[in-house]
Design a protein around this ligand. Structure first.
Ligand code: X2W
Length: 287
């Protein structure tokens, strides 16, 4: 009895692998940028699951790039230090003291936690921020927001060098400016979109804590064109925090990313479900 059950399991596993072949072939050699938001990061076990998916992608010949957020972790540290911060149109108003905390939390705690998780799963990861090799150079996004950066110049050669070496880049959304000694806090989605655009990535996966873009009846829409997204923003179907996400997606598609998917990162194996199965996950935006 026990033996039969085991046989069934293994046969199903083998079939699953076999069915993945066309998807593995489609994505071999491609570039997939994964935005891992602070809200999508769970406990250590969920982090290990995410890391295993990323290592698996690399193992089957995909070039994954992880761009992370960490908003909740920044909030926690600002609270501890008694520094208040507010959000305007989804972005943190960032003064000099705040940008120091943002840089410490993102490039230190959060970035290294992800690098370590990938290493623990047997991959090779290197953590960097937009400052490293001038990867992402910014100007001030809006005077009202202080040191919040808008990417204006991307230098992605370092990422190609890491791909060639089989190393997974893990990027914190902190950037350098045009002037000496400037540090900018960049929204994680904005940074991921700019990096995916500069790489002309095959996919940008925006992992968050919602199941996707919903229509007026609250159902997740699985496929959308940029025109449909613009119409849904105009008529208010897309609102709140989904606006910056979909705007990032539109810009990325305009810059040559083949498809952007907004999906729930808390679902087990979300990245694999999207890339390597017919099922897919979340909402895909492509022309
Ligand atoms: C974000 C950077 C982190 C981030 C912040 O300070 O919270 C701005 O708002 P999530 O977890 O992806 O939200 N920067 C300018 O984007 O984190």
């Amino acid at each position: 009895m026990r033996k039969q059950d085991m046989n069934r399991d293994w046969i199903a596993t083998a079939r699953t692998l076999s069915e993945a072949l066309p998807y593995l072939q489609r994505y071999a050699g491609s570039i997939v940028v994964v935005k891992f938001g602070g809200n999508a990061m769970g406990d250590d076990e969920a982090m290990a699951d995410f890391a295993r998916d990323i290592v698996l992608m690399r193992q089957v010949g995909v070039n994954p790039v992880v761009v992370h957020g960490g908003g909740p972790m920044i909030n926690e540290m600002l609270d501890k230090l008694g520094i208040e911060s507010e959000f305007v149109r989804g972005k943190r108003v960032t003064d000099k003291k705040t940008v120091e905390v943002v840089e410490m939390v993102l490039t230190g705690l959060v970035n290294k936690r992800i690098v370590q998780a990938i290493m623990d799963e047997g991959g090779r990861a290197v953590g960097l921020s937009g400052k490293d090799d001038d990867l992402m150079v910014c100007v001030a996004d809006d005077p009202e927001l202080g040191f919040v950066g808008k990417p204006v110049e991307m230098n992605v050669q370092v990422l190609h060098d890491l791909f060639a070496a089989g190393i997974i880049p893990v990027i914190a959304p902190v950037a350098t400016g045009m002037n000496e000694n400037e540090t900018f806090n960049v929204n994680g989605d904005t940074a991921a979109g700019a990096i995916a655009g500069a790489l002309k990535a095959d996919r940008l996966l925006l992992l968050t804590n919602i199941t996707g873009v919903k229509n007026k009846d609250g159902e997740v829409i699985t496929q959308m064109t940029p025109t449909e997204v613009r119409d849904m923003i105009a008529d208010g179907t897309i609102a709140g925090g989904m606006i910056p996400k979909t705007e990032t997606a539109l810009q990325a598609v305009e810059e040559g990313v083949r498809g952007v998917v907004i999906l729930d990162g808390r679902v087990a194996n979300a990245c694999l479900l999207e890339l390597f199965t017919e099922h897919g996950a979340g909402s895909m935006i492509r022309s």
